[in-house]
Structures are given as structure tokens and as C-alpha cells.
Design a protein around this ligand. Structure first.
Ligand SMILES: C[S@@+](CC[C@H](N)C(=O)[O-])C[C@H]1O[C@@H](n2cnc3c(N)ncnc32)[C@H](O)[C@@H]1O
Length: 265
């Protein structure tokens, strides 16, 4: 589903997330929900920031392995710290189905020759891969890094998340990457339960565990250290301030087979 109007009375994932990251593209209803989330699950803000920082490290890892084009699915509003800033010389296509994220993204990226926004539902890989900005900016004959951060838990089982992911990884050149983060109740079960209880009236996120998600990614090879809390994924000096003691999500970088060399582990 794609939202084509700005409904200020209903919170949106993109704007709640923007609030958690300290952004200014959110409204009263978004802030009210974000505050409810933080009251129930105090780790939520640090977890969101740690995820963002983990995405930075994963993008750098992709670049180190020669993969220098990015498809950011469920990008949210492409503000500071987005892939277009982490890899400014690389082609980046951001995709979001939310009205404000898409329209603001179009404006923010309009001056860039190598980044663009697609207003689409990421559960439709064919539409995303066929969109004009995708075809113009990404060379699908070369490996692409697909970024799926903070999105797949919004897909219920009836949305067949594994099939959606395969719709991308199966269509891309061998040696492409999948960078993913996902809400879970594995590390902080009580906070995760409280988080769900704070979302009455909202579609509840699916709190999958690492084993079930990994088993649905057959054919992909996890890059060391596998699926771990975002702040534990190859932390560097910057990550120290973002260590989450009760993580609400895990992160994973995996690669499609068929390349000549394995990524360093
Ligand atoms: C929690 S935010 C994550 C933003 C960003 N990926 C990050 O990790 O910082 C989830 C984003 O996914 C978007 N989203 C959710 N379902 C989507 C769908 N089916 N198609 C496209 N975007 C979607 C939301 O609008 C929101 O911007």
C-alpha cells in the first residue's frame, strides 16, 4: 500500500522513526506514539540510533568489498546519516510508501545526480526494480546492496517476507548484499512485550527470532558475525556511545552466492 496524502491525525512509522532519531519531520500524533513507545520500551531510541550506526558500518563493509550501489528499502525520510551521505559517490535509490517520506525524499535528493526516491511499496519487488530511478541509477548487472533496515518486521506472515526478500536477491547480480535489521524479543523479552502493548490500534510488528529469519534466507551467506544486536555488529569507536544493554532488534549482513571471493570475516 502507498499513502498519497499527509494524514496528521494518524502516526506513521516513518515520522515516528524520524522523531526517535531526533529529526524534525514529525507531528503531534507521531510524537505522542513515540513517547508511548519510549515509556514502554526505553531502549527504543538508542536501538534506533544503534541501527542507523550499524547501517553505516555495513555500507562501509559493502564498499570495501566493491559493492557500491545501494537500494534502501523503507528508507524513511532520507536525512542525515542516510546511505547517500555515507556513500556520497555511489548511486543510491531510496524507497518508501509513506507520503511525507517520499515527497520530502524527492525534494532532499532532487539536487543529487546519483540519488533518488521511489514512492512505492517494497513488498512489490518487480515494481521497485522496474521504477525509472532504479533503472536509471542502478546497474543491475553488477552487485547491489539491498538495505532493509527496520522494515521486515512490518511484514506479517501473510505478506510472505521471505518471498519479498527473494524477489530482490534473486533478481540481482551474484555477490549482491542484503543488510537487514529486525525487531525481536530475543534479547529483552519484557521490553518487547511492553512495546507491543504500547501499540494498540496499530498493526503489531512481527517479533521474529534470528533462527526463523535466517532459515528463510536460504542461499544467502551471512557475513561474520552473523545476526547480532546492531551495536555488536563490527563495532568501531563511534559505536561505543550507542551500546544498547537491552536491544530490541538484531542486524545481519548476508551475501548472495556466486562471487569469486568471500567477504572478509
Ligand atoms: C522504522 S522506519 C526505518 C527507516 C530506515 N530504514 C532506518 O532504519 O533508519 C520504517 C520505514 O519503512 C517504511 N515502510 C514500511 N512498510 C513499507 C512498505 N510496505 N513499503 C515501503 N516502505 C515501507 C515506513 O514508511 C518507514 O519509513
Amino acid at each position: 500500500m502507498i499513502t498519497r496524502t499527509l494524514d496528521l491525525d494518524r502516526p506513521s512509522d516513518a515520522r515516528v522513526h524520524d522523531y526517535l532519531l531526533g529529526g524534525g519531520s514529525n507531528f503531534a500524533a507521531d510524537r505522542a506514539l513515540a513517547r508511548r513507545i519510549l515509556a514502554a520500551a526505553p531502549s527504543a531510541r538508542l536501538d534506533a540510533l544503534a541501527n542507523r550506526d550499524c547501517l553505516r558500518r555495513m555500507i562501509r563493509t559493502c564498499l570495501e568489498h566493491g559493492v557500491d550501489q545501494f537500494l534502501d528499502l523503507g528508507s524513511g525520510i532520507p536525512t542525515a546519516g542516510g546511505p547517500h551521505e555515507i556513500a556520497p559517490d555511489s548511486p543510491v535509490v531510496c524507497v518508501d510508501n509513506e507520503h511525507l517520506a517520499a515527497t520530502q525524499g524527492e525534494l532532499l535528493l532532487s539536487g543529487s545526480g546519483n540519488a533518488a526516491m521511489v514512492h512505492a511499496d517494497v513488498r512489490d519487488p518487480n515494481a521497485v526494480l522496474a521504477a525509472e530511478p532504479t533503472r536509471r541509477l542502478l546497474d543491475l548487472d553488477r552487485p547491489v546492496a539491498v538495505l532493509l533496515f527496520g522494515v521486515a518486521h512490518l511484514f506479517g506472515e501473510h505478506h510472505h517476507p521471505a518471498e519479498v526478500i527473494r524477489g530482490y536477491t534473486g533478481a540481482l547480480a551474484p555477490g549482491s548484499f542484503l543488510a537487514l535489521s529486525h525487531l525481536t524479543d530475543e534479547f529483552a523479552p519484557q521490553q518487547a512485550r511492553d512495546l507491543l502493548a504500547a501499540l494498540p490500534g496499530c498493526p503489531p510488528p512481527a517479533l521474529r527470532d534470528r533462527a526463523s529469519l535466517m532459515s528463510s534466507l536460504e542461499g544467502l551467506e551471512a557475513v561474520d558475525p552473523g545476526a547480532v544486536p546492531a551495536s555488536d555488529w563490527r563495532p568501531d569507536a563511534t559505536s561505543e556511545d550507542l551500546r544498547v544493554t537491552e536491544p530490541l532488534s538484531f542486524a545481519l549482513l548476508a551475501r548472495t552466492p556466486g562471487r569469486p571471493n568471500s567477504p572478509g570475516s
